[in-house]
Structure formats: C-alpha cells, structure tokens
Design a protein around this ligand. Structure first.
Ligand SMILES: [Mg+2]
Length: 377
C-alpha cells in the first residue's frame, strides 16, 4: 500500500470533570490525532495517548510530535509498500517512544482494515460483539464526594469500580465505599505511589475491604516487591506501568510478580503488541484486560476492538464517552449498554466517524506531510 499523506494534529478537549491520580490532576485533554491517507483515497486514524506532562510515562504530546514528524512518518511516507508489519520492523531501531509508535500502528491498522472491508476487531481476530467494561474513579476532593460519585456510576450501570489510591487516600475512602456498597466489585490502582516499605499496609487495606485487584502499587522496576505482595495475597496483583514489552512481561511472569495484566495499546506500542502480550499472559494463566488513557473516541474505538479478543478476560477501563467528554470526537459516541458493556462498532475500520466540527474547534496545530517530505530526508 502506498500512502499519499499524513496529517498530524494537536487537539484539546475539556474533560467532563478533572481526573486526579497519584500523579496529578488533568482538566483538559491535549492529544495528537493522526490521519493517514492511502494513494487510493482511504483514510485511517490513530490517537496518541501521551499527555502534556511526562507523569504516567516519559512521553509527552511534544515528544510524540517530534518523534512522529521527524522519525516515524517521513520514512513511512517514502515507502512504496507501507504496511503495519513493515512499519513495526522499521520502528524497532528506535528506543522507547511507544505511544508515538502506537499512533502510527493503530492508524495503519484502521486503514488496512477499511481497505479490506473489515472492522479493526475482526482484523485482529476478535469475535465479541460487546465487551465488558468498568469505570475508573479519580481521587475526589472529599470522601463523601467519592461515595456520591461511585453511586452515580453504579446508577449509570457500571458494575465494577476502580478507585485511584495513594498514601493518605486509601483506608478512609475504601472504608466509606465498602460500607455503602458491600457487594461492589472493587479494584484499586496506585500508579506506583507506594514505597516498597508500605507493602504490609497495602496488603492490609486490600484484605480488609475485599479489594479484588490491586494495580501497580510500587515503582515500575520494583518487580520483586510486587512478587512478594502477590504471594498468598488473597487478591489479584495487576501490573500496568511495569510491562512495556515481551521481555518485561516474561521476567515479571518468571518472578510471579503479577496475577493480572493491564494492557494499554499506547504503553506497549500498539495493538499487535498488546495482542501478543495478552496471549502470552493468558497462556500462563494470567488474565488480561484493556486499560485506558483518557482517550477520545478514536483511541477508545481501537481499545474496544482490542477488548473483543479472547485473551481479554476481565472488564476493561473503557467507559462510555460521557464519562470523560461532553463533546465526543467521534460519532456515534460510546454508550454504556446492558450488563456494563460497550458495543464493538460493526462498521469497517474503527467503525466510528470523526466529527469534523468538533475536530476543527479542538485543533491547536496541524501539519501535513506528503511523500516528498519522506524523500527529502
Ligand atoms: Mg494503572
């Protein structure tokens, strides 16, 4: 397949409410949207999940812009035979920048699937028509506000709730939520906020409040601390930031550091890596699930298609569009359906359309690269 052009845009959309984790607060979501156009006039979209600041990962909107416009897109445009596998091989020579790579990879898969008249999910081998989802609840100003917030999500129809926790925001909020909702399936995610020395504290609150899953309590390189916590835990220990590629997953599995795997398309460099890691984990008896990065509808669509694959066995952080955005970038927006599920879009490619009016209002900068930009290098 030959590409005619790549349009990279920086967009900004307001979040419905600020999203606070142990890293900090986000009020507006700034992100990159990539539109690839093939020589035969088909288009494919990818969204870059990197945030404005390097908090969750070392990548930022700015670093991804540089990586994409300087290193990833020009050689891809220069190729007469651009395809997903070739792009992955070419990009392997670069260190890191997995979110930037995933942006191109997902756009190429959308494009390839559309040209074959299939959905991204089917292209990947997914069979589910609906995927089970939960909701991730950020740190709230007060404990009563958290309890009200959780109650509203349960009223909306979400069945499992993941609370963001950090030192000083764990026992009180968990006690309040557990006493109000005794049967709720409750997960927690610390985004690495606890020192290894706090392992007994983490174990104690997880057991006391019947937390089903504790996600990434310790630093991303603290494999042994996660393994110690997972031993006879009585709850699942899930890794997120620690797992970025096959080697980090194999090492963590060998160390018995995880009993659940959060896979984010962005963190592992794309949908094909996420599929490979999910299959590898499930073969070792570790369930995988799809995590979220506050994506708008383009990234969300890719994630929902990914979750339609068999190895993703736990409900993902793939809430409906209105959980994060009042103006969704795509149409139709994702709506929560029966049994805490989202429907996997049935159209070709990602199966949803980019709304041009929303895109235009959200645009902060835009750059179009063509085949000649690739040849000039
Ligand atoms: Mg996480």
């Amino acid at each position: 397949m030959e590409l005619r052009s790549a349009r990279l845009e920086e967009l900004e959309l307001p979040l419905v409410e600020p999203f606070e984790t142990s890293f900090g607060v986000e009020r507006r979501r700034r992100f990159l949207l990539l539109e690839l156009e093939s020589a035969d006039g088909e288009v494919g979209y990818g969204e870059c999940a990197a945030a404005t600041e390097p908090l969750y990962s070392g990548e930022t909107v700015g670093s991804a812009w540089e990586m994409l416009t300087r290193f990833l897109l020009p050689p891809l445009l220069a190729r007469a035979d651009a395809d997903v596998l070739r792009f992955r091989r070419d990009a392997e020579r670069y260190r890191g920048h997995r979110m930037a790579r995933a942006t191109v990879e997902t756009a190429l898969i959308d494009l390839a699937a559309r040209r074959q008249g299939r959905s991204v999910g089917r292209w990947l081998g997914g069979r589910r028509t609906r995927v089970e989802v939960g909701v991730s609840v950020g740190i709230q100003p007060t404990v009563p506000a958290l309890v009200r917030r959780v109650g509203r999500y349960l009223d909306d129809g979400y069945r499992r709730v993941k609370l963001k926790v950090k030192p000083g925001w764990d026992v009180r909020p968990l006690a309040a939520v557990r006493s109000e909702f005794p049967d709720l399936e409750l997960w927690v995610d610390a985004n690495q906020a606890y020192p290894v020395a706090a392992a007994d504290h983490v174990r104690a609150f997880a057991r006391r409040f019947q937390v089903a899953q504790v996600e990434q309590p310790f630093a991303e390189r603290a494999v042994r601390a996660h393994a110690d916590l997972a031993l006879h835990a009585g709850f699942r220990v899930c890794l997120d930031e620690s797992i970025v590629d096959r080697a980090s997953l194999d090492d963590a599995i060998a160390a018995r550091a995880l009993t659940s795997l959060n896979l984010k398309t962005a963190r592992v460099g794309g949908l094909l890596s996420a599929r490979e890691l999910a299959r590898a984990a499930v073969r070792r008896g570790i369930p995988a699930w799809v995590g979220g990065m506050l994506e708008t509808g383009v990234g969300r669509a890719h994630n929902v298609h990914l979750a339609s694959l068999a190895p993703f066995r736990l409900p993902g952080d793939l809430s409906a569009s209105d959980r994060y955005y009042s103006q969704e970038l795509v149409d139709p927006p994702f709506r929560l359906g029966p049994g805490s599920t989202l429907e996997v879009p049935r159209g070709t490619g990602i199966g949803v359309e980019v709304v041009e009016s929303v895109r235009a209002r959200a645009r902060r900068r835009s750059r179009r690269l063509t085949r000649s930009d690739g040849r000039r290098r």
